[in-house]
Design a protein around this ligand. Structure first.
Ligand code: NAP
Length: 252
């Protein structure tokens, strides 16, 4: 059985929510992790203290900034002598109605596209260069149900960014399989993290629950095991796939 104990994995946005749950799950399985954060250092530092520096390295970058993103990847790829899997998870979910003043709306659009899509594009390009040299690698993108189902008008940029991310991941799978590079998207629906709680509060949790097939909201811990499983290589022949993980709120 393939395991992740020998794998070297970068997780972006590992400081909170889904990324933090992925980091915890992978560390419990023995992987070497490079944990990225932007403003919340405590959780990644605490994991480093718990597992030690030979298992956990920490990198910081504002992924809205292209140069910081690229520098972070180079730093991350040097820690354990290379990377086997990169989990592109960090993201923002910023509401901005189309009735908002133009300048404010466009700034919000740009911020979302920079963090959610531009940084994913930059990291993908760098990963492909890195993975091609060793003829092996995996990219796991945390997408969204929004890419498939669409979103409400307050989240146009978010849905567009996740649509772009999903096409990017598919193109990587098609073009780089011959280099033994695999690419996957996990598309969560509402998940109990800081990101979703404002939107859930606005809609009303009862209403959100009514729209699920299951009778409980997805948590980050429901997503993490799947990411570890993909990183183990046991799903490699499903490369290019998008896996829905939305408690049955959107079944296709
Ligand atoms: N929660 C949901 O309902 C849901 C649903 C579908 C998809 N997703 C996707 O799942 C992923 C993780 O979301 P989450 O719910 O775990 O969100 P979260 O709890 O809000 O955490 C967001 C993470 O992204 C990082 N981040 C945010 N802005 C950044 C920036 N400018 N530069 C670098 N890092 C930045 C944060 O780092 P710091 O805290 O260090 O600043 C944090 O680690 C996202 O891609 C999101 O779109 C979430």
């Amino acid at each position: 059985m393939k395991e992740i104990s020998e794998e070297r994995i970068l997780v972006t946005g590992a400081s909170r929510g889904i990324g933090l749950a992925i980091a915890r799950h992978m560390l419990a399985k023995g992987a070497h992790l490079v944990l990225h954060y932007h403003s919340t250092a405590e959780s990644v530092e605490s994991l480093q203290n718990e597992y030690g520096r030979d298992k956990v390295a920490i990198v910081r970058a504002n992924l809205e900034q292209a140069e910081q993103t690229a520098k972070m990847f180079v730093e991350a790829s040097e820690y354990f002598g290379g990377l086997d899997t990169v989990v592109i998870n960090a993201g923002v979910f910023e509401p901005c109605s189309i009735d908002t003043a133009w300048e404010k709306w466009f700034k919000s659009w740009q911020r979302t596209i920079r963090v959610n899509l531009d940084s994913a594009g930059i990291l993908t390009r760098l990963c492909l260069g890195h993975f091609r040299k060793k003829n092996q690698g995996r990219l796991i993108y945390i997408g969204s149900r929004a890419a498939i189902r669409g979103e409400t008008q307050e989240y146009l940029a978010y849905a567009a960014s996740k649509g772009g991310l999903t096409s990017l991941a598919k193109s990587v799978a098609r073009s780089f399989g011959r280099y033994n590079i695999k690419s996957f998207v996990i598309a969560p629906g509402f998940t109990r993290t800081d990101m979703a709680m404002e939107a859930i509060a606005n809609i009303g949790e009862e209403q959100v629950l009514e729209n699920l097939a299951l009778n409980e909201l997805t948590t980050p811990e429901d997503i993490a095991p799947l990411v570890s499983f993909i990183a183990s290589g046991q799903m490699d022949h499903a490369t290019g796939t998008t896996i829905d993980l939305n408690a049955g709120s959107h079944i296709r």
